[in-house]
Design a protein around this ligand. Structure first.
Ligand code: CU
Ligand code: ZN
Length: 185
């Protein structure tokens, strides 16, 4: 299926409608084939807006990302990490409460890691987001989870790139944006 940012709002819309119509209460025993997280920037990057779709495909899940309003890239300086490319993960707890405005979204806890792997191989470890004047589009495949397993988890965008090595978080810095994965059914 052809899929790009222009169409994402419509997919989100249809997801919401179906969600309301057929899925007033998410039932864990029912398989879910499509889910979406609406991403909103927190106090450190309030312009961020986007959606992430999770689509069930043979042997795994396709993840479609469209995010706008990302901060401008800033190279690393004096020991501080670069702003962007942006660390991107699925986090364990479906919580997007801001909490401490200087260090927001900590309630989403750590990376989704059902198989007790080191960071770099967490099910919730995603490729970084590259900003193009604020816009990032990406699609990737993972066989580390099924759509129905991640309902209620949180997608988080970080300020700094993930090094896929530092434990347990990849040293990707503060949390810029958050969205909770909802079932479309
Ligand atoms: Cu993260
Ligand atoms: Zn991780």
């Amino acid at each position: 299926m052809y899929f790009n940012c222009e169409f994402l709002p419509y997919y989100l819309y249809s997801c919401r409608i179906f969600h309301k119509k057929f899925c007033p209460k998410y039932n864990k025993n029912k398989p879910i084939y499509l889910a979406a997280a609406l991403i909103k920037g927190g106090p450190l990057a309030p312009k961020i807006k986007g959606i992430v779709h999770f689509n069930s495909v043979p042997y795994g899940t396709e993840v479609y990302v469209c995010v706008n309003g990302l901060p401008d890239y800033k190279p690393a300086q004096n020991g501080s990490k670069s702003i962007g490319p942006f660390g991107f993960h699925l986090h364990e707890e479906g919580c997007c409460k801001i909490g401490d405005a200087a260090n927001p979204f900590t309630c989403a806890k750590g990376h989704y890691n059902p198989t007790n792997q080191p960071h770099g191989n967490h099910a919730g470890d995603f490729p970084v987001l590259f900003s193009n004047n604020g816009l990032a589009q990406m699609c990737f495949f993972t066989n580390k989870f099924k759509v129905s397993e991640i309902i209620g988890k949180a997608v988080i965008i970080h300020e700094n790139p993930d090094d896929f090595q530092s434990q347990p978080t990849g040293n990707s810095g503060k949390r810029l944006a958050c969205g909770i994965v909802r079932a479309c059914c």
